[in-house]
Unconditional design. Structure first.
Length: 417
C-alpha cells in the first residue's frame, strides 16, 4: 500500500472535511508530558507522525489510548530518562520532546533528530535558547544529553523565527523558575494552538500569535480536554488541487483566516473563494493563470509546506512563474517527478525555480521523496491526462490521514495499492 494510482483529468467537485493539524498535534502531544495527568485531545489526526510520537510517549512511560473523538494521554507514569533510539531518530518532530522533557524531568538523553531530504535541519537555535535557560548540553555515545540543575526564565532573542525553537522555549518555560521573554518568536497558528492548550492546562503565556511571547513559569500544570484545530496545510493542499484541476469544492473546517497568503496567490491563479466559520468554498479556473512570482516566508507569508503544490499547479499555468524557497535549502525534490509528467521547469539555483506552464501534464510513474512533494505529485496526477502511479507514499501518510479517501470524496479516480 505504498503507491497511489490516479486516472487524472477530472475536475474535483464536492465536499471534504479537513483533518486535525499534524503540526499542532505533535507539540501538544509532547506538552501533555508536562502535566503528569490525563489530557484528551479531540480531532487528533491518525497519521504516521502522530503514531510515532505516541510510541515515543509510551516509551517514556505514558499511557495512551485512542477514543472515538481523539486520543487520551496519561503522563502520570513518565519515567525520566532516555528515549528509545529508533523512534527518536525517525522523525524531526521528536525534537519538541526536548523542551517538554526538560520541563518535566530537567534532564533527557536523545538521539540527534534526523535531518531530511528538504534540508540539514540544524538545531543550533534550540540549543542556544535552552542554554540561556540553564540547560547544559553534552554528547554521550553520539547522543544528545541535556540537563538543567535549575531551569530558569531568560530574555531570549531568536535570530530566525524557528517554529521548533519557539515551541521548545515555550515547553521548557511554562514550568521554569521565573519569566521567559522570547523575542523573534515564530507566529505559526500551530504555536498559538500549543499556547492555548498549555493555557488550558494552567500555563501563563502572553502574546500568542505575535513575535514576542512572555511565559511566566508555574509550579505545576493540569490535564485538560482540548480540540486540535484543522490542518491549514492539508486544507491548502486541497484548495490548490482545485486550482490545478478546475474544480469547485467546499473544504469543511478549513481555517480561512490562516490561509490568507495562499488564497491571495490562488486568486492570482484565477481562483474564487468564499470563506465562513464552517470552511472555504473554492472555485478553480479551467487553466491556472501564471503568477509571476511566489515566495515562501515565515507565517503569515506563503507557507513553505505548500510550495511544491503551487509548483505542481503552475506546471499547467498559462505563462512563466518563478518560485523562491526561502525557508529550506533543498525543497525542490518534486521537480524530477513533475518533469517526467511533462512539466517545463528550470532550476536557476538551490532556492529558485522557473516553471513555464504547459497546456497538459501526462500521467507517468513517479516517486515521492518527502511528504509535501509526494502530495504535490498526487495533485499533479489529478491534473494530468492518463494514469499516474506515485510510489513512496508512506511519506504522504506521515501528514495526510487518507488523501485517497479525501480526493475520492471530491470525485477523483484514485486508489492506494
Ligand atoms: C516546522 O519545522 C514544521 N514541522 C515544518 O513542516 C515547516 O515546514 C517548518 O516548521 C516551517 O514552517 C513541524 O511543525 C513538525 P523551523 P521546523 O525550525 O520547526 C532553520 C511539514 O511538511 N533552523 O521553523 O523544523 C531551518 O533549517 C514540515 O509538515 C536553523 O537554522 O522548522 C530552516 O531553514 C516540513 N536552526 C528554518 O530555520 C535551528 O536551530 C525554519 O526551520 C532551527 C531551524
Amino acid at each position: 500500500m505504498d503507491s497511489i494510482c490516479i486516472r487524472g483529468g477530472v475536475a474535483l467537485q464536492g465536499n471534504v472535511c479537513i483533518q486535525g493539524s499534524k503540526n499542532a498535534a505533535l507539540p501538544i502531544l509532547a506538552a501533555s508530558l508536562l502535566t503528569g495527568e490525563c489530557s484528551v485531545l479531540k480531532n487528533c489526526p491518525r497519521i504516521l507522525d502522530v503514531y510515532a510520537m505516541v510510541s515515543l510517549l509510551q516509551s517514556l512511560g505514558c499511557a495512551v489510548c485512542w477514543q472515538e473523538s481523539g486520543i487520551m494521554v496519561d503522563s502520570s507514569g513518565v519515567k525520566c530518562g532516555e528515549m528509545s533510539s529508533e523512534a527518536a531518530t525517525c522523525m524531526r518532530s521528536s525534537l519538541c520532546l526536548l523542551g517538554a522533557m526538560l520541563g518535566r524531568c530537567r534532564e533527557v538523553v536523545m538521539e540527534h533528530p534526523g535531518g531530511c531530504v528538504i534540508g540539514e535541519r540544524p538545531i543550533d537555535l534550540h540549543l542556544t535558547a535552552l542554554g540561556q535557560m540553564g540547560v547544559v548540553f553534552s554528547e554521550e555515545r553520539g547522543r544528545l544529553h541535556a540537563i538543567a540543575d535549575r531551569l530558569h526564565g531568560a530574555e531570549i532573542d531568536l535570530p530566525t523565527p524557528s517554529v521548533g525553537a519557539t515551541e521548545n522555549v515555550i515547553l521548557a518555560g511554562v514550568l521554569a523558575e521565573g519569566d521567559t521573554i522570547l523575542s523573534g518568536a515564530a507566529r505559526e497558528p500551530e504555536i498559538t494552538a500549543l499556547c492555548r492548550y498549555l493555557q488550558c492546562c494552567g500555563a501563563c503565556i502572553e502574546g500568542a500569535g505575535t513575535d514576542r511571547l512572555v511565559i511566566r513559569g508555574q509550579s505545576r500544570l493540569y490535564g485538560t480536554d482540548f480540540t486540535i484545530p484543522a490542518d491549514r496545510i492539508v486544507a491548502g493542499t486541497y484548495l490548490l488541487a482545485c486550482m490545478g484541476t478546475g474544480g469547485s469544492a467546499f473544504l469543511e473546517r478549513a481555517p480561512g483566516e490562516e490561509l490568507t497568503a495562499v488564497m491571495e496567490v490562488a486568486e492570482r491563479m484565477g481562483g474564487h473563494f468564499c470563506t465562513s466559520e464552517q470552511g472555504i468554498y473554492v472555485q478553480g479556473p479551467s487553466r491556472p493563470r501564471a503568477v509571476e512570482r511566489i515566495r515562501t516566508a515565515p507565517y503569515p507569508g506563503f507557507p513553505t509546506d505548500l510550495q511544491s503544490m503551487a509548483l505542481a499547479v503552475e506546471a499547467r499555468g498559462n505563462g512563466v512563474t518563478e518560485i523562491e524557497e526561502n525557508i529550506f535549502e533543498n525543497r525542490f525534490r518534486v521537480v524530477e517527478g513533475l518533469r517526467r509528467m511533462g512539466a517545463c521547469i528550470e532550476q536557476t539555483d538551490s532556492r529558485r525555480v522557473r516553471v513555464t506552464g504547459v497546456p497538459f501534464l501526462t500521467g507517468a510513474e513517479v516517486c515521492a521523496k518527502e511528504l509535501r512533494g509526494g502530495a504535490a505529485l498526487v495533485t499533479a496526477g489529478l491534473m494530468a491526462q492518463g494514469e499516474t502511479s506515485v510510489s513512496g507514499c508512506s511519506f504522504v501518510y506521515r501528514g495526510y490521514e487518507n488523501i485517497c479517501r479525501d480526493f475520492r470524496e471530491l470525485g477523483a479516480r484514485i486508489t492506494s495499492v
